[in-house]
Design a protein around this ligand. Structure first.
Ligand code: 0RQ
Length: 490
């Protein structure tokens, strides 16, 4: 079929599962055609909206196009698209933020309604129903199995020789679930394709480039954060808290995470290492080429277009060193805890006790979502959160008396790192943690204010002043700068 015909198989109110993870591996021409179809229906006065299940965020041709067409009934899990974010924050699109590893099983459990149609980008599809994904896997095996119709967007921009890079498996559900037999980053436990009943497959051919943008260049602050992370791990090894052979790394998404990985790769004292993560970003590929990263297991190749073109030109080299898994495996807590993953994720905001807000600006507006950060943080050998000490030219402190939204609690967060230093929260009481974060990580402009908050708060296990815990946020909302904080007297 062509994309327009295939899009018309999707009905108003259907739930649609899409392939991919970030922009990597997402279908493009069928969602674009679906958005056009929705607009045509709206012009005729007909309702047309679909529920959307994805692996993580997607490209603009999917999330962006459907948001602009006002065609989204419901959306889960992670997202990063500007237009979709606007629709969520105006209240137009109901959005359910959840841990990425849980979505596949919750779809199978029936917690989120059925999956009517799956749209899967593939580099190959066979007559007997074998579908080979492209550079992102996400929830594809599950939505392909659950859906009544599977639209395969066969995108020739991706070489079919990618076959062999994936390790596709779906978990058995309780009470029959067994252990996941991954004992090292390199272990493969599944097939090189997704298998579905061929009678439900529709193929749409395409030749459409990826939507992979680049990263912000590394600046002084991100370089310093990266160096602080690398130095922290060097010290951990020297003091015997980290095996000398090192442990596999998970690193989050975005500019800071990319810069942190580069810094770790450049450090001469950190041995060559492996990556067990969800998104494999450009820095991993560069370090693989230089030999610093020996192997990467992930859910997607979330790389810039020049980088994916480089991978496709040298596929044999990268296939030997990379495996792409479904998100329920790449982010699985059982495997994370067994392998002893070092989890490094980025916070939007942290409080002085070590609670982390990864998702909500000023407690209200959704940024991206929790993504896989919770999947890795809770089970990690050591969980690290990194953040610049301030945002918006110093007007926002990343370190506040109380987070305005909580994604990761003080119980899961071990280390916090800014450009100023490293706060080690392990084994410390809330008050000790507060002093550690204020003196090591907060920006010097904000340190006296945070000390004042602690000094004036009621004493107890956790110094918590209900009259002033959001005074920084109030100052920013009223004056545009958290430094203008005024404490409320009681
Ligand atoms: O705004 O874009 O207007 O300049 O937030 O911040 O510093 O560029 O950082 O690109 O690394 O993203 C937490 C969003 C960081 C990301 C977050 C503003 C800041 C800037 C972006 P501008 P940076 P990054 C696996 C792991 C959650 C999920 C996760 C994220 C913009 O890392 O989504 O960890 N993490 N997944 O100015 C208001 C604050 C702010 C603030 C920063 N306190 N208040 N604005 N900003 N701090 C990935 C997957 O699951 C797929």
């Amino acid at each position: 079929m062509n994309a327009d015909e295939a899009a018309r198989l999707i009905k108003n109110e259907d739930n649609v599962g899409f392939s991919g993870f970030t922009h990597a591996g997402c279908p493009k021409i069928v969602p674009t055609a679906l958005a056009k179809y929705a607009e045509e229906e709206h012009e005729k006065g007909n309702p047309f909206k679909v529920g959307m299940f994805t692996g993580a965020s997607t490209g603009d041709m999917l999330d962006g196009a459907l948001a602009r067409a006002h065609a989204i009934k419901f959306r889960t899990p992670y997202q990063t698209n500007t237009d979709l974010r606007k629709s969520i924050n105006t209240g137009e699109v109901p959005y359910f933020d959840m841990h990425l590893s849980s979505l596949a099983q919750e779809l199978r459990y029936g917690f989120l309604g059925g999956v009517d149609v799956a749209v899967i980008e593939a580099c190959d599809v066979t007559e007997n129903g074998e579908i080979v994904p492209t550079c992102g896997v996400g929830i594809s095996p599950t939505v392909a199995n659950l859906a009544k119709i599977v639209i395969v967007e066969l995108n020739k921009w991706n070489p079919k020789e990618m076959r062999g890079m994936h390790d596709i498996v779906e978990l058995q559900d309780p009470p029959l679930r067994r252990e996941i037999p991954i004992y090292s980053v390199r272990d493969r436990i599944g097939k090189d394709h997704i298998k579905v009943d061929p009678s439900k497959i529709i193929v749409v051919e395409s030749n459409t480039p990826n939507e992979g943008g680049g990263f912000a260049p590394v600046d002084e602050v991100t370089t310093q954060i990266g160096n602080n992370v690398a130095n922290f791990f060097i010290k951990e090894m020297a003091e015997g808290r980290m095996p000398k052979s090192f442990l596999p790394i998970q690193s989050g998404v975005g500019n800071i995470a990319n810069a942190v990985l580069s810094a770790m790769g450049e450090s001469k004292e950190i041995p060559d290492f492996e990556v067990y993560t969800e998104v494999i970003q450009d820095a991993v590929i560069d370090l693989m080429e230089s030999g610093r990263i020996k192997f990467a297991s992930g859910c997607s190749l979330t790389v810039s277009n020049p980088c994916i073109e480089k991978i496709y030109k040298n596929l044999d080299f990268f296939k030997e060193r990379t495996v792409l898994r479904p998100s329920e495996i790449s982010n699985n807590q059982e495997v994370v805890r067994r392998l002893g993953i070092i989890a490094i994720n980025t916070a939007l905001e942290a409080d002085i006790f070590g609670n982390i807000n990864s998702t909500h600006v000023l407690g209200t507006k959704m940024m991206n979502g929790i993504g896989g950060s919770g999947d890795f943080t809770r089970g990690a050998y050591v969980s690290v959160f990194v953040t610049p000490s301030t945002a918006k030219d110093g007007k926002i402190s990343a370190f506040v008396p109380l987070v305005s939204h909580e994604d990761h609690s003080e119980h899961s967060v071990k280390i916090v790192i800014s450009e100023y230093g490293v706060a080690d929260l392990r084994g410390k009481s809330p008050l000790e943690r507060a002093h550690e974060i204020i003196e090591k990580c907060a920006h010097p402009d904000y340190r006296p204010l945070l000390r004042e908050y602690i000094a004036n708060a009621p004493k107890g296990q956790t110094p918590f002043d209900m009259y002033n815990c959001f005074a920084f946020h109030k100052a920013f909302t009223e004056t545009g700068d958290m430094r203008n904080v005024k404490w409320e007297k009681k």
